[in-house]
Design a protein around this ligand. Structure first.
Ligand SMILES: *[C@@H]1O[C@H](CO)[C@@H](O)[C@H](O)[C@H]1NC(C)=O
Ligand SMILES: *[C@@H]1O[C@H](CO)[C@@H](O)[C@H](O)[C@H]1NC(C)=O
Length: 293
């Protein structure tokens, strides 16, 4: 008897969870419908022209950039896009091991190998960069709770401190949707805490990116993200896009934002702002496009 009951309970719990999910979904759809009224095509054409000009101006300033976390999913794509757009005259990646690149485009990338436990010994690696991107991070499942805090809070903060001391003017931090230093979730709490610690360093310009779930092609290493993606995949695109963003869009948003002069000391880009700033013409359906048979 006990056995039969156990078997009945599992699907019941599943059903309850499902109907809760459907409720959330419907509510989200209603909210999204109001916001999604499209922007005029003319406006975005003009925007693109402006962006090209901004990029040109930016290039002519021969700036130097560093990337932390260039082996990660975002950092990798960011490095590639920075090289593709030739936005900087000096590109440095700072990491804990030397990488080998076979492509010609990477031949001028400067590599600084550091020990994150002794960053004070590596001040020169952080010297003289105008712009910095920090995409450093691990997960609790990879590094354990302590390891996660060590990397996502301590290494990130220390790197920011070194960058500031080295003269960095514009620091970009990859954070997360929901980052909140008073959150009871370790992940969101640490993200929120490091956001505000870095703010105290007082960069001339400080940009925080808070994307939702990042969509990329490395399913096997992130089962939870993969599942989420599967789940999103069966939901209306408008709902999914409120809670996730393709890595490529994130990276474009980072660079589109960087080339735009700003007089704001602190900028906070949420998932929606990242979508808006990172959309590429004609590729909004990237990854969903079906080739005709
Ligand atoms: C940037 O570099 C180019 C080519 O080396 C040079 O012609 C130009 O004067 C430099 N611009 C600035 C602002 O230093
Ligand atoms: C951002 O940059 C991409 C190219 O990297 C461009 O195609 C896109 O139109 C830009 N988005 C906006 C909103 O300017």
């Amino acid at each position: 008897m006990g056995r039969g009951q156990g078997q009945r309970n599992a699907p019941m719990a599943g059903l309850t969870a499902l109907s809760a999910a459907v409720g959330v979904l419907l509510a989200s759809l209603l909210l999204l419908r109001q916001e999604d009224v499209g922007q005029g095509a003319d406006a975005s054409m003009a925007e693109t022209g402006v962006l090209l000009k901004l990029r040109e101006d930016f290039r002519s300033q021969n700036k130097s950039v560093f990337i932390l976390g260039a082996t990660g999913e975002t950092g990798k794509v960011l490095l590639k896009e920075i090289l593709d757009q030739s936005l900087f005259s000096r590109v440095t990646i700072i990491g804990r091991r030397k990488l080998t690149f076979s492509e010609e485009a990477y031949k001028n990338v400067i590599q600084e190998v550091v020990d994150f436990e002794k960053l004070d010994d590596y001040a020169s690696a952080f010297q003289g960069h105008d712009v910095g991107f920090c995409c450093l991070g691990t997960t609790r499942s990879k590094a354990g709770a302590e390891g996660f805090v060590r990397v996502d809070r301590d290494y990130v903060f220390k790197s920011a401190e070194m960058a500031k001391a080295g003269g960095c003017k514009h620091f970009n931090l990859l954070s997360s949707k929901g980052a909140d230093k008073s959150s009871s979730f370790l992940y969101l709490q640490v993200k929120g805490e490091v956001e505000s610690k870095v703010e105290e360093l007082n960069f001339d310009r400080y940009t925080i990116f808070r994307p939702g779930v990042l969509l990329c092609d490395r399913e096997e290493s992130r089962p939870a993200e993969w599942l989420t993606r599967k789940f999103f995949g069966s939901l209306p695109e408008s709902w999914a896009s409120g809670h996730s963003v393709p890595v490529v869009s994130l990276v474009r948003a980072m660079l589109n934002n960087t080339v735009k002069p700003s007089d704001q000391k602190k900028e906070l880009l949420d998932n929606k702002a990242i979508h808006n700033l990172g959309r590429a013409r004609g590729s909004s359906a990237q990854g969903h496009t079906e080739k005709g048979a």
